[in-house]
Design a protein around this ligand. Sequence first.
Ligand code: ATP
Length: 359
Amino acid sequence: SAAATPHATTTHLSIDGVTKRFGSFTALDNIALEIQEGEFVCFLGPSGCGKTTLLRMIAGLTRQSAGTLIQRGKDISTLPPQARDFGIVFQSYALFPNLTVFDNVAYGLRNRRVARADIHARVAELLALVDLSGSEAKYPAALSGGQQQRVALARALAMEPGLLLLDEPLSALDARVRGHLRSQIKALQARLGVTTIMVTHDQEEALTMADRIVVMNHGVIEQVGTPAEIYHQPASAFVASFIGTMNFLDVTAAANHQVQLGNTVCDCLPHTFAKGRPAQLAIRPEAVALTRQPGALVGEVTGIEFLGAFQRVSLRIAGTEQRVLADVPSRDSAMLSLKLGQVVGLHLPGDAARLYPAG
Ligand code: ATP
C-alpha cells in the first residue's frame, strides 16, 4: 500500500573522504556523511573533536586537505564561500552594529539588487518569522542576545539558502533564552523545511533539536543516528559515556546472552564477545530496577539523591567493589522505603544492557 512506501529522500550534501590536517595534526580523518534534503543534523562532540572545522569546510571557510563535498549534485569542494549556497549564524552575534535590524536583514538582498518593494516585503516576512516585527528601526546594541540571534537567523535566511549552518548559535545565551530559542529555531526549520546543520557541544540541544545526530570524537565520526538511537543504542563506549548518564560495570563475557559480574551471571543483549573476555557492561540508571527482596544480584544503598520525579540511588554491588546508579521513580522509592545501608535486590535487564570492550 502507499502508506508502506518509505519516504523518498534526496541527498542534499554528500561528504566523502574528507580529511583536514593542520601541520602534522589531523583534525578530521576521512569523514564520510550524507545529509538529506530538509534534515536537521547536529554535529555533537567534545571540544576539539573537529565539529567546527567540518562546518567551516562545508561553508568553504576552511579548505579540506583531501576529500570531496557534493551539494545537490554539484561538486563544491573548491568553491569559495560566496559561490556556495548556504546561510550561516555564528555563536557571537555577527550583526553589523551600525545598521538597523531592517538593514541587517536587507543587506544581502540589496547586494543582489532586489527591487525596493520586494526587499520591504521580504524583510517584514522574515522578521515576522523570528517574532521581531516592530523592531525594524532598532540597532543591535538595543537588543537582547536572544533577539540579536533571531536577527542573525533572519539575515541568514534572507537569501533563501539551500542550507542553513548554525555554529553554536545558542551557547552565548542564558539558559532560559536558550531553551525558548531552541524550540523557536526547531519550529522554524520544520516549517521552512530548510536543510540545517548545527554544531553544538550540548547534548541536550542535539537530542531535542536534531533529526539525526553526528557524534564526533578526535576527528572521526563515532556514530550517526536519531536521538533515540544515539541514546538507547550507543555504538561505542565513548558515545555511551558522552550522552546522558551511564553505568559501566566490569564484567567477563560468558555465553552468548550472558556475562559474569562478580560471582553472578547476568543476561546481556546477544553479544559477539569471546567467552572469558573482559568487557564493560553499560546500562542507564533508569533501566536498573530495585526490589525489596534481594535476588541473584544484591546491592547496598550508599546514597540517595531526591531529584523530584525520581530518586537517584547509589549502590555498591555485594561481593564486588563496583558501584551502580539506579533512578527509581520517587513514588516507587517511597514504597521501597529506601534507606542508607539497606540491602536490596538489583536487576539489570539484559535488553537494556550493552557490552563494550574493556576500557
Ligand atoms: P570547540 O567546541 O572547542 O570549538 P571543535 O570540536 O569545534 O571544538 P575544532 O575547532 O574543529 O573543534 O578543532 C579541531 C581541532 O583542530 C582542535 O584540536 C583545534 O585545536 C585544531 N585546529 C582548529 N583550527 C586550527 C588551525 N587553524 N590551526 C591549527 N589547529 C587548528
